[in-house]
Design a protein around this ligand. Structure first.
Ligand SMILES: [Zn+2]
Ligand SMILES: [Zn+2]
Length: 441
């Protein structure tokens, strides 16, 4: 086996003085990867860059003080898991940062944060509307900007400690993505996990006697959540699988709790679990809402769609804006938001059209969405004017959206004021500089 290793490197096994440590590492790695990645990718990576791999230390290893690399172990390690979910590696064992998942209350207050390069790249990419489809794409050169990354580190050097991204594979293998071959390997390992997860979903649905619809819905959820992995703290794939399944059932009107589903995916008990589940539910319902909204807009009465001031993309944007702010700021309870889900979308579409001086009736929007305009709302507060769901939501959202121009992004006005204020401050400073200079004359 070793001959193949050196054969790939172009070195004859006879001539090469073999370092026993490297040899042992290579053998271990080959055994490790043999069942989980395609041969070509791991052989190149393992043979050419053995220094990019190390195994997580164990209790038995006596040298841990200098080489401790278990994530956040006892508050100090070379490897840390940050709140964003990413793992980072420091040059030497370092105290947990305030942004470590395991940071104690004191560390959260006092320790400078550890830099997360992947989050920096992710934010930059999303700002440029280049959404990576999987988190590991951020390791590719396409998303790198060494100059900006250095500048960022320099700017924040007082509050951020340097660290580099590291991948924690199954079985406690740490992989440093320093070379393209290693990045390819990580992508391959992640793809393998994803494929296994999909298989598991199919099998689980079949064994529990659930319909194809549920496995389809679970797989759709999985895809969406992996594309938005940063929003659920890059949680473990097995956790993403569990959440996708729980929500897949939920959207089909069935119920199983996270705790009951997680053993089927070997998923760990979630420390921040309810947060991820809640967040995932939010991401998915928002997407469903978006779909419903688009379908509704396409089915509105012709007279509105053909009006000169009607631009579907613009109306859709305004309706989404009103909905997002209403959900954030209204006093609707969680139950009400669920119960009135579709009516809220309808009323937001109505208000969006009103913003363009198209005075559509709530009934017309409800018809476009196949909603019953007359459906009664049992739990409506008695003070409200209407006892139908549509009527109640219409009044609430009309009041919420009134007297405000929703065609401009909320917050952009504030930005303008901030810019003006900064320009003014700069001008003041210049005037002061000039008068100071004059005073010196
Ligand atoms: Zn830590
Ligand atoms: Zn991060």
């Amino acid at each position: 086996m070793i001959r193949t290793v050196f054969g790939l490197l172009g070195i004859s096994a006879r001539a090469a003085p073999v370092d026993p440590v490297i040899q042992a590492l290579q053998q271990t790695l080959m055994a490790y990867f043999a069942s989980s990645a395609s041969t070509t990718a791991y052989q190149t990576a393992v043979n050419e860059y053995p220094d990019c791999f190390e195994f997580i230390s164990t209790d038995e290893q006596a040298t841990f003080a200098i080489s401790e690399n278990r994530p956040c172990h006892d508050g100090s390690s070379k490897v840390h898991q940050l709140n964003c979910g990413h793992y980072v590696l420091c040059k030497a064992p370092a105290l947990c940062g305030r942004n470590c998942q395991e940071a104690s209350a004191l560390q959260e207050q006092e320790n400078p944060a550890l830099h997360c390069l992947l989050c920096f790249r992710g934010d930059a990419a999303r700002e440029k509307k280049q959404h990576p489809v999987r988190w590991h794409e951020l390791l590719l050169p396409k998303y790198q900007d060494p100059k900006k990354e250095l500048e960022h580190m320099d700017d924040y050097s007082i509050v951020l400690r340097p660290a580099q991204p590291v991948y924690l594979g199954a079985g406690g293998l740490l992989i440093l993505p320093k070379h393209p071959a290693i990045v390819t390997l990580i992508a391959q390992l992640e793809n393998n996990c994803e494929e296994q997860l999909k298989e598991r979903i199919h099998k689980l649905c079949a064994s529990l006697g659930y319909s194809d619809q549920i496995s389809k819905s679970t797989l759709e959820n999985l895809e969406i959540l992996l594309c938005n992995h940063h929003m659920i703290l890059h949680c473990d794939l097995r956790v993403v699988g569990t959440i996708s399944f729980v929500l897949g059932l939920e959207f089909q009107g069935k119920f199983m709790s996270y705790i009951n589903v997680s053993p089927h995916f070997d998923a760990p008990e979630m420390t921040n679990g309810s947060f991820c589940l809640h967040k995932a539910r939010g991401i998915l319902t928002d997407l469903v809402a978006r779909d419903k909204l688009e379908v509704c807009l396409a089915k509105l009465p012709r007279k509105y769609r053909k009006d000169r001031s009607y631009k579907m993309a613009k109306v859709s944007e305004v309706a989404r804006r009103i909905r997002a702010h209403f959900l954030l700021h209204s006093s609707f309870s969680k139950i009400q938001k669920q119960d009135l889900f579709s009516y809220i979308i309808a009323a937001c579409v109505q208000q969006a059209l009103w913003q363009f001086k198209l005075h559509i009736m709530m009934q017309e929007v409800c018809e476009a969405m196949d909603l019953n305009h007359e459906e009664q709302f049992e739990t409506a507060p008695s003070i409200c004017e209407s006892h139908s769901k549509a009527g109640y939501v219409e009044v609430r959202i009309r009041r919420f959206a009134a007297n405000k121009d929703w065609k401009v992004p909320v917050g952009s006005k504030k930005d303008e004021i901030k810019k003006l204020w900064e320009a003014r401050k700069k001008a003041d400073q210049q005037t002061k500089d000039i008068s100071d200079a004059m005073g010196l004359l």
